[in-house]
Each structure stands twice: as structure tokens, then as C-alpha cells.
Design a protein. Structure first.
Length: 237
């Protein structure tokens, strides 16, 4: 099964001849003109420029087009799907509203891996927010403030111990680890797109001291925030 290491944005044209396949990465399909018919296990849909479709990893899909078409396709590595991806096992569609029109325009204008990598955290937030549980949404909205497990458990109407067990089944990690990953992802975004100091970034993602952010990076990335920033900027040059 085909794997993918980085986000890819391409403009594609689909043929009349039906094709069926699956792959180990996710896809976001956004028509630019014409229409594309796609069927997955969860539903069948004819996409046009008013609708987008998310296809999760390992989801078999059949597709073809009866009319001339152009589509913007974002290939997303499985590892880039949010940590609550246990719930994202089926395809789903979204109307292309003003927010998605802006995202589509940016992706179309900057069809390169570096630009897609920078835009993806916001894209993922918009795409998956309605699929997430109340406590997951709370973490993503309040990662820059102290968050207690008691608060999260109350949002899901669980006792704290039961909530922790449920959360681990749902996401594959503890609430504390999930919060750390969200903060780490946001810090990476700020390191790659701003000139804020490491201390300022630490404060913006919920840490009182720069040293806490440095420990987080050393644990998960085996490098410091400054080293990560330098490497990211070298790759984008």
C-alpha cells in the first residue's frame, strides 16, 4: 500500500473510465471546475466546486468523471491526521464556504510542500473540528491555558478515572500527552512562520518558561526549538 512522507498538493484531471483503489494516506479533494463522482464505503457523491471530500487512509474509493474537470487534491500522510484520528475512519464531505474558498485559493496559489506544510495545521483544524469530541475541541481551543483532566472529564460527563481510560482508547494516548502534542504542533507552526522568541512562543502555547518547551522538543524531536527552527527554514529555502 502506497505511503507518503509529506503533504502534497496537486491539480488533477480525472477520466471517464472508472478506477478503484486505496492508499495508506488520506486525501482532500476539492473540485475547481466540472464534477467528479466518487463512491466510498460510507457514501456516494458527485463533487463539484461547491463541495469537498475527505478520504481517510486505507479507504477504498471508486471514481470517474463524465465531464471535463479539474480538481485540487491534497495528499495527507497518515501521521499528519490529528491524534483523535481513531474517529476518522470514514469519508465525509463539507460545503466549500468562504473559509474553504480562502484555503483552496491559497493552496492553488502556493502548490508546494513548504507552503502546504505551513497551512496544514489550520486546514486540519477547520476540517476535523466538527468530528472531534467536546473535550478534544476544548484542548485545541484552550491549549495556551492550564487544562485539567477534571475539566475535560466534565465536558464528556465522565468521572476522571473513567475519562482517562476512555480518552486513551479514543486517541491512543493520555490526556496529558495529547495536550503536549497539541502544544508541540502549535510551537512548530510558530517557529516556522514567525520570528517570535522561543520564550514568547513558549508562553503562547501554554508554558510559563522556555525550559518547558525545550524539554518537550528534546523529548519528542531530539532537538531544541532553535535547532528545529533552523532546520525548518533551511528546508523551505
Amino acid at each position: 500500500m502506497t505511503q507518503l512522507n509529506d503533504i502534497m498538493v496537486t491539480q488533477r484531471t480525472y477520466a471517464r473510465r472508472p478506477d478503484t483503489h486505496t492508499h495508506g494516506y488520506a486525501q482532500l479533494v476539492m473540485p475547481l471546475q466540472g464534477a467528479l463522482w466518487i463512491r466510498t464505503e460510507s457514501h456516494s457523491i458527485e463533487l463539484d466546486d461547491r463541495t469537498l471530500l475527505f478520504i481517510p487512509p486505507r479507504c477504498e474509493h471508486r471514481f470517474y468523471a463524465h465531464v471535463p474537470n479539474q480538481c485540487l487534491v491534497v495528499d495527507i500522510p497518515a501521521k499528519k491526521i490529528p491524534h483523535a484520528a481513531g474517529g476518522f475512519t470514514h469519508s465525509f464531505d463539507r460545503p466549500i464556504d468562504a473559509t474553504w474558498q480562502g484555503i483552496r485559493t491559497l493552496l492553488l496559489r502556493e502548490r508546494n510542500a513548504a507552503a502546504a506544510r505551513l497551512l496544514y495545521p489550520y486546514l486540519a483544524h477547520v476540517l476535523f473540528r466538527d468530528q472531534q469530541s467536546a473535550s478534544i475541541r476544548y484542548i485545541h481551543d484552550h491549549y495556551d491555558h492550564p487544562i485539567t483532566v477534571d475539566t475535560l472529564a466534565a465536558l464528556e460527563h465522565y468521572e476522571t478515572s473513567s475519562y482517562t481510560a476512555w480518552f486513551k482508547r479514543y486517541t491512543g494516548m493520555t490526556p496529558r500527552a495529547y495536550i503536549q502534542h497539541v502544544r508541540l504542533d502549535k510551537a512548530k507552526e510558530l517557529l516556522g512562520t514567525t520570528d517570535f522568541s522561543i520564550q514568547d512562543i513558549a508562553l503562547q502555547v501554554g508554558f510559563a518558561h522556555q525550559s518547558a518547551l525545550t524539554r518537550l522538543f528534546r523529548h519528542y524531536e531530539q532537538e531544541t526549538p532553535s535547532q528545529y527552527r533552523s532546520a525548518t527554514r533551511r528546508r523551505s529555502e
